[in-house]
Structure formats: C-alpha cells, structure tokens
Design a protein around this ligand. Structure first.
Ligand SMILES: *[C@@H]1O[C@H](CO)[C@@H](O)[C@H](O)[C@H]1NC(C)=O
Ligand SMILES: *[C@@H]1O[C@H](CO)[C@@H](O)[C@H](O)[C@H]1NC(C)=O
Ligand SMILES: *[C@@H]1O[C@H](CO)[C@@H](O)[C@H](O)[C@H]1NC(C)=O
Ligand SMILES: *[C@@H]1O[C@H](CO)[C@@H](O)[C@H](O)[C@H]1NC(C)=O
Length: 384
C-alpha cells in the first residue's frame, strides 16, 4: 500500500514538475546556467487555487513563485514561517482581496501582486512586511491607495519602489506617501487621477521618478515638488493639462519630462520651454512593464490657439466651456486609443492571448518565463 502511494506521489510530482516546464530558473555567476534542482525556490503549480503554509516545509526558501495561476485567496499565515523568504511572486492570479494576516512575513523584500483582480486591501494587511522594498500592484482594480494598508500608527515603511499603474485610482489622499521616506519610484500611469495636492509628495525627499501619464490631470500645482529635490523624471503625457507654472521646475533637478500630448496653450508652452527644461517625451508603450523610448523632435502638435499666459489665466473659465476644449479632449482620447491598441491586446478570455500571456482586466499581459538569479550581486530578473 505504502509503495503504491509513494509511486502515485512520485508520478504526481513528475506531472507537477512537467506542468511547470514553461518556467525556467537560471543561476548566474559569470554565465547563466539553468538549474533543475532549486531548493531556494518554490514554484507553485498554476492549477493550485488555495495556498497554505503546509505547502512549504523548508524555512530556507528564498523565493516563492506562484505566477499566472488560479490563486483566488490567500490564507492567513501562509508565508509567516518562511524566515528565508525574500521575494514573493503572486502576479497573474485571480486574487480579489488582500486580507489582514495573509501576507505576514517579516523578511520579504519584494512582493509582486500585479495583474490580479484586487479591489481592496484590508487595513494593516501589509503592516507585517517591515522589510518590504518593492511592491507591485499594477493591473488590478484598485480605486484608491491608502497608507493604512501599511500602518495604523504612522510607522514608517522602507518601501523604495511602488507600481500602482493600470488601476482605477481616482484620488490620492493628503500625505498619501507620508510613511515612505525612502521611496524613489512611484508609478501611477493609467489611472484616473484628476488632482495632485501640494502635500502629496511632501515627505519624499528621495523621490526620483514619478509617472502620472495617462491620467485625468488638468492642472499641476507648482508646489507639488517643493520638498522633493531629487525628482529627475516627471511623466505627464496623456493628460488634459493646459498650463504649467515654471516655478514647478525651480526647486527640482528634473532632467526629463514627458509632456505630449496634453492640452497645451502654445504661448504658455513656449514660455515653459524657455525655462531650459530638457523636454523629451515618450512615445512607445509596451506591457506589462511600460517601456519608455524618447524620440526627440517628433512632436504631436496639441496647441490651443495663441494666447498669452496671463491672458489665459483670465480666460480660464471660458476655455473650459468652449467647444475647442471638447475638440481637443476628443483628439487626446483618439491618440490614447491608438496608443493602447498598438501596444495592447484586448481580451475577454485567456484563449485570445498569446502564449505566456494572461487575460486580466480585459488586457493580455505578458508573463515572463525565465527567472534569473545572479549569485554575485543577488539581483533577480525575468526574461521572456
Ligand atoms: C492546505 O492545503 C492542502 C492542499 O490543498 C490541504 O490538503 C490541507 O488540508 C490544507 N491545510 C490547511 C491547514 O488548510
Ligand atoms: C531610510 O533609509 C535610511 C538610510 O538608508 C535608513 O537609515 C532608514 O532606516 C530608512 N527608513 C526606513 C523607514 O526604512
Ligand atoms: C535631453 O535628454 C535627452 C534624453 O535624456 C538627451 O539625449 C539629450 O542630450 C538632452 N538634451 C539636452 C540639451 O540636454
Ligand atoms: C562564481 O564563480 C567563480 C568561479 O567561476 C567562483 O570562484 C565563485 O565562488 C562563484 N561565486 C559565487 C557567489 O558562487
């Protein structure tokens, strides 16, 4: 009986391993070598729907990879005993809620929850992740981002990089990023943000990159970067902005800014160029990680008729009621649609998408298949 069971178990294991053959793990030192045995990595079968702590019997697991599968909820304490865990990949599943207790792990540095169906995160659900440095929440259904997910008592988080792009976020609360003093990169493109308050990035003096392209901004206050001297890259293409006060750039060291298309009023825009900002903009979009290519000199003209900026200030209310405004809004929407359809495949079921892609939130997303670990510097990366 025992032998029958163990034969059965072995066959099952072989089958499980076979099913995961599409995922390849490489260890890199001077060259990269594919590893078949990888005690440091635990790869979860994509058919598993409910993960719990009994899946992991070794505290030495460094990386758990459960991507592109059917996980719908995370049980309390699933990862809490994995003292060696540094990286957790749960992207491309069907997770809807992040409950308190499901992601308790004191050591995790990298958490990928991208491309799920997350609509809500419970208060303090991420509060035990006291070493978390990078968090991917892109491609979900979030309508808000709250620092109460991380703390109830304003305890600071070491987070450096956060991906919130491709959600349905509409507003950012006051001091949203207050508890992240070390954050360097914030990705918010493809949301519906209409307003950025002066205090939004007030406590983020290490912030280097902020991507707000593809949102609904009509205005940028000149004071949003008053306490963020490190900002070097500011991306605001594909909004409805008509005017930027150049004071915005006086206190920062912004080296590149994506400006087009927007609803620029040209004379104000020229004024802005005279402020010696290197104006480049990006043009080409690819999923799931937005790639940015700069094409200098290739302009999409989006100028409203000639007005002096001070004139514009007086006419501000007229401007928004005029038919021109709607005309330009339509123009932006058309370009937006063009860019989207060039770079994305829309889907309503998995079968529409190419190999290694998953259909999430109506878009085919690419799941990279080759996992590389550089033993020398501890850097991990994915390849197609
Ligand atoms: C964990 O999952 C396994 C496999 O699905 C199941 O057999 C077991 O009962 C679960 N354990 C707990 C504590 O939920
Ligand atoms: C931020 O970085 C500094 C310098 O590396 C470090 O001393 C500090 O503890 C970090 N803050 C948090 C909240 O992790
Ligand atoms: C502007 O930025 C681009 C891309 O970063 C760079 O190639 C170019 O040399 C810069 N131009 C100036 C005048 O600094
Ligand atoms: C990398 O490879 C060299 C020899 O090729 C070896 O001496 C060294 O220990 C390796 N480093 C690690 C971290 O495995």
């Amino acid at each position: 009986m025992k032998t029958t069971i163990s034969i059965f178990v072995s066959i099952l294991l072989v089958l499980l391993v076979k099913n995961n053959k599409s995922l390849e793990i490489f260890k890199c030192n001077n060259t990269c070598i594919k590893t078949d045995t990888h005690p440091e990595y635990y790869v979860v079968d994509p058919k598993v729907r409910h993960l719990n702590s009994s899946f992991f019997n070794s505290g030495n697991i460094l990386v758990v990879i459960a991507r592109g599968g059917k996980l719908s909820n995370l049980n309390t304490g699933t990862f809490s005993k994995l003292n060696g865990l540094r990286r957790l990949y749960l992207d491309g599943n069907e997770i809807k809620y992040i409950n308190y207790g499901s992601l308790n792990n004191l050591f995790m540095q990298h958490l990928d929850l991208g491309l799920n169906q997350i609509v809500d995160v419970e208060t303090e659900a991420l509060s035990k992740l006291i070493n978390l440095q990078s968090l991917y929440l892109h491609g979900n259904k979030l309508t808000t981002f709250e620092f109460s997910w991380f703390t109830a008592n304003n305890v600071k988080s070491p987070l450096k990089v956060i991906y919130l792009n491709n959600n349905n976020i509409q507003t950012l609360q006051r001091n949203t990023f207050y508890i992240f003093p070390n954050i360097t990169h914030i990705y918010l493109q493809f949301n519906q943000i209409g307003y950025i308050g002066d205090n939004t990035f007030n406590s983020n003096d290490k912030l280097e990159v902020i991507d707000l392209s593809f949102n609904h901004l009509s205005n940028i206050s000149p004071f949003i970067f008053q306490n963020t001297p490190a900002v070097g890259k500011f991306l605001i293409a594909f909004n409805s902005i008509s005017y930027i006060n150049r004071d915005l750039f006086r206190t920062t060291h912004i080296k590149s800014v994506s400006l087009h298309p927007n609803l620029w009023i040209c004379s104000c825009y020229h004024d802005f160029i005279k402020a010696q900002v290197n104006t480049t903009y990006y043009h080409h979009y690819k999923y799931p990680y937005l790639k940015t290519n700069y094409h200098e000199g290739k302009d999409i003209t989006m100028c409203y008729y000639e007005l002096k900026c001070n004139e514009f200030k007086q006419k501000e209310t007229d401007f928004f009621s005029e038919k021109y405004f709607n005309h330009f809004m339509d123009k932006i929407k058309n370009i937006y649609q063009e860019v989207l359809s060039e770079s994305t495949q829309l889907c309503d079921s998995e079968t529409v998408c190419q190999k290694y892609h998953v259909c999430r939130n109506g878009i085919c997303w690419n799941l990279y298949q080759k996992f590389h670990y550089n033993v020398k510097n501890g850097i991990f990366f994915w390849k197609q």
